[in-house]
Design a protein around this ligand. Structure first.
Ligand SMILES: [Zn+2]
Length: 317
């Protein structure tokens, strides 16, 4: 069974006329309900990240800046990123729920979890917001797995159409988290070239697959699999995390790499095979981007259906 984390709270991060809007989660919720998927999942309990948990990766002054902007009524914290009055509390819950999903998958009997929260996180830097993101949910989830569950090796796979620059920055010099990102290039945010491979002890633990607009779906999937298998072999992960953005979909208004809905099923199956091979199927997926709400809803539904369809013998190792 897959543990599903969703809550109406995550629709109260209000962004005005903005592609990263509450309508995204509303559309996903409708589709999952129509397909009868919610009742097939375990119900995850959302929770708030503590200040100490955020401080594992984010500076205290930055955390205060987000909180004060929210309590002061909100506004733009940077060009692309909006904070509304409840956004600090909601962002703390998005990060905390990512950690709750890690706890569940590492200690319970269910090996997979999907967190449908916003704001997204993979562009967020330790000391600044960026690209619709406030706190880096996937990076905090990885850090939580290492510190609280004594894991040594976590693999983060980022298939959002944008490079996960914030996540890469956090772990660039570390060997305990291997980061793989496939993304459109040249494109926002401009990072993620193949020669960004990590530094110091982290050398060889960052894998970037930049792909040009116009790549065929078949070639994208083939290159994704080859590069991801290299990253997984380097990491030998004890847990796999997904930065699951769906903005590489061909209908996406701000992203697009020409993918079709079914390709997110193929990617999910690939991630399951990696997780099965290395870590007993333990996989936590966190929503990132995806801005055509109907294409997003279809893609998330297929992602979840695929997660649910995989029955993993448990536990090992
Ligand atoms: Zn994106």
């Amino acid at each position: 069974m897959t543990i599903l984390y969703r809550d109406p709270m995550f629709q109260r991060h209000l962004t005005g006329r903005h592609p990263e809007s509450p309508a995204r989660l509303a559309a996903i919720d409708r589709r999952l309900t129509e397909r009868g998927l919610i009742d097939k999942c375990g119900k995850g309990e959302i929770r708030k990240a503590t200040r100490e948990e955020l401080a594992r990766l984010h500076g205290g002054a930055y955390v205060d800046e987000v909180r004060e902007l929210a309590t002061g009524g909100g506004g733009r914290i940077e060009n692309d990123t909006v904070v509304s009055p409840e956004s600090f509390d909601i962002a703390c819950h998005a990060a905390g729920t990512a950690m709750a999903a890690v706890d569940a998958v590492l200690t319970g009997t269910d090996s997979t979890a999907l967190v449908l929260a916003r704001p997204p996180g993979h562009h967020a830097l330790p000391n600044s917001a960026m690209g619709f993101c406030l706190f880096n949910n996937v990076a905090l989830a990885a850090e939580h797995a290492l510190r609280v569950h004594d894991l040594d090796r976590v693999l983060i796979v980022d298939w959002d159409v944008h490079h996960g620059n914030g996540t890469q920055d956090v772990f660039y010099q570390r060997e305990d988290v291997t980061f793989f990102s496939a993304h459109r290039s040249p494109f926002y945010p401009g990072t993620g070239s193949v020669d960004e491979t990590g530094s110091g002890r982290g050398l060889g633990h960052t894998f970037n697959l930049p792909v040009r607009f116009g790549i065929t779906r078949r070639e994208y999937l083939a290159r994704f699999e080859q590069s991801l298998r290299d990253a997984a072999a380097k990491c030998s992960p004890q847990l796999v995390l997904i930065s699951a953005g769906f903005d590489a979909h061909q209908r996406d208004p701000i992203g697009s790499l020409g993918l079709d809905t079914e390709d997110f099923g193929t990617l999910t199956t690939l991630l399951q095979s990696i997780a099965n091979e290395y870590c007993g199927g333990r996989l936590v997926s966190l929503l990132e981007g995806g801005y055509d709400v109907e294409a997003l809803a279809d893609s998330v539904a297929l992602h979840l259906e695929t997660l649910l369809g995989q029955w993993v013998l448990f536990p090992e190792p």
